[in-house]
Structure formats: structure tokens, C-alpha cells
Design a protein around this ligand. Structure first.
Ligand code: NAD
Length: 369
């Protein structure tokens, strides 16, 4: 039987509440007897600062480097607003992403039929939507040098950000996108701005070269990033996997994810390079933050956290069958009209975080037979 080591970092606020529901799902999977997960738990964010004076301790980073996957809740909150800049809760997240060299950010946008009316778009446009945005996370405009603001001789200021990409950086994110597409509907759109940016010309050339050398079985379309933004709200179901750079990915992934409704429904994964044994470093976390306005009240929607864990099953452990069980159970619970406050609709029943967890576990029993 396969055994995997998971490092759980619940973090702050509702992070701890939604992580508690993931722990129950892990217990359910372990009891089923087809896989064993060893759990280790540690501190990150404000919780780590309170104990160690830093947002993530060196020992925690070491554990993250050794784990088969890291599952993270959320960090931050008003309690830590005044801590020194370098120790702010978010710095723990940034350090983990950097030390684990997580260069690929995966943001699925899935619209459960039961929630289609919660979208700002029409039901027929979003119902059954299932797309994946693959964003390059460690290069491009956010990190390129020079990055500076200078005062010119005439007293005016000039600010510069630099968009830089190398062949290697584009190749590795492209492979992630094509590999994902092969497990999905076999279609990739690569979004760039080759019409006005020379980095876009390189992006386009490299994606095309990787495609013809290694992935000619996958359908590839090139699309200008601005057109992609427009098409995402016009007819998003034309997309399967979208691969793009750091800056465009930041914007397109937020746009795509919001097609589907609440922050409490949005999972994410960040993947790194494969090591010599073919193991890929990975961290899975919901898109939402610590929700101080509802923390400690069992009002948080645990679905983003649980589906982040389902992504770990699929992408780190090749346990797609187990991920299917979880996702089908969630769809059934939503069909039954159970809702946490963030996705509440008329005629539905509002339930707590733990009651939502109970309902999902009970449907997992039913789905797994
Ligand atoms: P937030 O995502 O925490 O909350 C925004 C709104 O969405 C709130 O009204 C909240 O109640 C609601 N919400 C979020 N997740 C929910 C869930 N699972 N169920 C139900 N409702 C949910 O964003 P914010 O208020 O801007 O930030 C609060 C804190 O979280 C800040 O300290 C911020 O820095 C931090 N933050 C952390 C992360 C992270 O850890 N990745 C991401 C974003 C914000």
C-alpha cells in the first residue's frame, strides 16, 4: 500500500477551521485501507510569529522540503498588522513558495451546477464549467530586474518593471500545462502578447516548439491575453487548460475563478520541479484568506480547502479515483441544498463548517459504496 507524508500548515483564522475538515477526510481515506497518509502539523503565519518571532521557522521549511505535499490553510489577520514587515504572516507563504521553488500555479475554475445561479454570468454560460489556469509563478514582470523608481534630473520620477523570460522557464511551465491537458480534455490555450512584447514572441516560439517536439497529440491554440480575458466572460467553456505568464496569469486566474461564485469554493495548487526520483514538490491551498470577520464561528466554507486537498490527491499522488469521490460528494451535498453562509441561496439550508464536513463525509461513504 502506498504511504505518503503530508505536512499540514493550518495557519490563522478560518485556516484552522477548514483544515480540521481536511483531517477528517484524511482519516476517512486512511480507514479505507487503499493508501496511508502520515500527517505532521506545524505553524505558519501569525501563529508561527507568536511562537517563533518569524512567519515560518527554518525547521518547518525543512519539513516542507521533505514532505510529499504541503497542505496550507491561510495566514494573516488584524492581530499581526503591526508586526515588522519581514515577519508579517504573508512572508511565511512567500518563503515556502520560494524555498520549495514552486514555479507553476494551478487555479481551476469549476462551476457546480447547483451554484450556477450564484455567478454574475448567465447559467448557460457557466453551468458545468471546468477550466484550469496554469500561471508561471516565479518569473516575469514581478521579479525581473531592473525594478526601480528613480528621480530624473528634471525632478520627474520614472518607474521600471522588467518582463524577462528564458527558454527554460517557458518550457517547464508549458510541459505542466500539456501534461495536465492530457489528463483532462487534451486542449491548451497559450496566452501571450506577442503582438506588442518581445517576451511574448519568445513565449509563443517556445510553446510551439515544446508542442511539436513532445505533445503534438494535444490541441494547441495561441491566443492574445487581452482576447483571452474577453473570451473568458463571453464563452468560458471553449477553454480547457490556459497557460500564461506571471502577470497575465494573475489577472486571468482571478477573472476565471470568479466566474464560479464564492471565494470559499476556490482551490489552488503550486508545483515545483521534479527531483531526481521524479517527485515534484507541491503546496495546495485555498485561494481565500483567513476571513477574520467570520473566524472562530464555524461559518467558513471548507470546500475550497477540501478541493485543494483533492488536487493533491490527483496531482501529487495520482489518486484521481479518490479525488473523484470527494468532488462527487461535494456536488451531491450542494444538490441537496446544503450551503455555508457565503454560498447561501433562497430555499437552501445554511449549515456550519463542521456540518458541511459531516455531509461531505457521509456522501463520500455513499459514493464509494
Ligand atoms: P479573505 O479571503 O480572508 O475574506 C474576504 C471575504 O470572503 C470575507 O468576507 C470572508 O468572510 C469571505 N470568505 C473568505 N473565505 C471564506 C470561506 N472559506 N468561507 C466563507 N467566507 C469566506 O480576504 P481578506 O478579508 O482580504 O483578508 C483577511 C486576511 O487574510 C488578511 O490578513 C489577508 O492578508 C489574509 N489573506 C491571506 C491569504 C492567504 O493566506 N493565501 C489570501 C488572502 C488574504
Amino acid at each position: 500500500m502506498a504511504t505518503f507524508d503530508l505536512l499540514l500548515l493550518p495557519g490563522d483564522g478560518i485556516g484552522t477551521e477548514v483544515m480540521a475538515e481536511v483531517k477528517r477526510i484524511v482519516t476517512w481515506l486512511n480507514a479505507r485501507g487503499t493508501v496511508t497518509f502520515n500527517l505532521e502539523e506545524d505553524l505558519v503565519g501569525g501563529a508561527a510569529y507568536d511562537v517563533h518571532g518569524v512567519a515560518v521557522a527554518d525547521a518547518t521549511v525543512d519539513k516542507a522540503l521533505k514532505a510529499d505535499a504541503v497542505i496550507l490553510g491561510a495566514v494573516g489577520g488584524p492581530k499581526w498588522d503591526g508586526v515588522p514587515y519581514e515577519a508579517r504572516p504573508e512572508s511565511g507563504l512567500l518563503r515556502l513558495r520560494k524555498d520549495l521553488e514552486l514555479f507553476a500555479n494551478l487555479r481551476p475554475a469549476i462551476c457546480y451546477p447547483a451554484l450556477a445561479d450564484g455567478s454574475s454570468l448567465k447559467r448557460e454560460v457557466v453551468e458545468g464549467l471546468d477550466i484550469m489556469i496554469v500561471r508561471e509563478l516565479t518569473g516575469g514582470t514581478y521579479f525581473g530586474e531592473p525594478k526601480e523608481m528613480v528621480t530624473l534630473q528634471n525632478g520627474e520620477k520614472r518607474a521600471v518593471d522588467t518582463q524577462i523570460y528564458t527558454t527554460h522557464e517557458i518550457e517547464r511551465i508549458t510541459r505542466i500545462a500539456f501534461d495536465l491537458a492530457r489528463k483532462r480534455s487534451n486542449k491548451v490555450h497559450s496566452a501571450d502578447k506577442r503582438n506588442v512584447m518581445i517576451s511574448g514572441v519568445l513565449w509563443n516560439e517556445v510553446v510551439t516548439a515544446v508542442h511539436s517536439a513532445e505533445y503534438s497529440d494535444v490541441e494547441l491554440h495561441h491566443i492574445l491575453a487581452d482576447n483571452c480575458a474577453m473570451q473568458l466572460v463571453r464563452w468560458p467553456k471553449q477553454f480547457d487548460v490556459i497557460v500564461t505568464d506571471n502577470l497575465f496569469g494573475d489577472i486571468l486566474s482571478d477573472e476565471a475563478s470568479m466566474l464560479t461564485g464564492s471565494l470559499g469554493m476556490l482551490p489552488s495548487a503550486s508545483l515545483g520541479a521534479e527531483d531526481d526520483n521524479g517527485k515534484r514538490r507541491a503546496m495546495y491551498e485555498p485561494v481565500h484568506g483567513t476571513a477574520p470577520d467570520i473566524a472562530g464561528q464555524s461559518k467558513a466554507n471548507p470546500i475550497a480547502m477540501i478541493t485543494s486537498f483533492a488536487m493533491a490527491l490527483r496531482y501529487s499522488f495520482d489518486l484521481g479515483g479518490e479525488a473523484d469521490i470527494i468532488e462527487k460528494a461535494i456536488a451531491k451535498v450542494l444538490d441537496q441544498g446544503l450551503r455555508t453562509g457565503d454560498i447561501m441561496q433562497e430555499g437552501c439550508q445554511e449549515v456550519s463548517t463542521t456540518a458541511m464536513g459531516d455531509a461531505i463525509l457521509s456522501e463520500m461513504d455513499a459514493v464509494a459504496g
